[in-house]
Design a protein around this ligand. Structure first.
Ligand SMILES: [Zn+2]
Length: 225
């Protein structure tokens, strides 16, 4: 059956998607990290200037541990940037810092998806990860329980899918703010920064697709048994 064959090919390729997306992000990051920005601003300065322009001076720009990564914490209302992003002058730092401020702007403006995501995401992430480990662990001794992976990966897919509008919106805001404040000094700078944001977004898309394929894979496997 050609459709079945197609599905098999897609399944075989599905782990490659996140790899390709990660590699593309790594490539874009490397290029943008090497490029200083002509405005000569560190990530911290970029974030602070955008925050000030939006009357959000109460949001501090702290240092994040490398293992945790760059993020905006909606509970403590702080931006945390890894030292590479925060303290160096690069287009990469500029793009990432602006993206995290984008999340702060979402919260300030009561962006609908953000509020919803904020309430659910931390629990859903930990919950599904723990469930996945437990199901696979028990599956070694009692294989029928592996059918539950259909549920686990479906929930993971939904979460990945729901985080996409949030991430896209934060990057859209980031570019708009960088444009508005005239932080790009050439079209080339804008292009390099935009590529970083697109590449970062693609890693989320790839994750969503992979979760979907895993859910379908386990659904087909359990329907065969
Ligand atoms: Zn983000």
């Amino acid at each position: 059956m050609p459709i079945l064959l197609l599905l098999l090919v897609i399944f075989a390729l599905s782990p490659i998607l996140p790899l390709v997306a990660t590699f593309y992000f790594w490539y874009a990051r490397r290029k943008a990290s090497k490029a200083a920005n002509a405005a000569n601003l560190t990530g911290k300065q970029v974030a602070e200037q955008i925050l000030a322009a939006n009357e959000l001076t109460s949001v501090p720009v702290n240092t994040a541990k490398d293992a945790v990564g760059d993020h905006y914490d909606p509970k403590s209302r702080e931006i945390a940037l890894t030292s590479d992003v925060r303290d160096k002058v690069s287009l990469f730092g500029m793009a990432v810092a602006a993206h995290e401020v984008g999340h702060a702007l979402q919260q300030k403006e009561g962006y609908r998806y953000f509020a919803w995501w904020l309430a659910v995401a931390p629990y859903a992430h930990i919950g599904t990860f723990v469930l996945q480990v437990i199901v696979i662990g028990i599956g070694f001794f009692f294989p029928p329980i592996l059918m539950l992976l259909v549920v686990v990966y479906s929930v993971m897919f939904l979460m990945s899918l729901l985080s996409l509008p949030n991430e896209y919106d934060a990057s859209r805001r980031a570019l708009a703010q960088l444009d508005r404040l005239g932080m790009f000094k050439s079209a080339d700078e804008r292009k390099i920064a935009k590529t970083v944001l697109i590449a970062a977004g693609l890693t989320y898309v790839a994750k969503a697709i992979q979760d979907l394929f895993l859910a379908i894979y386990w659904a087909l496997r359990s329907s065969r048994n």
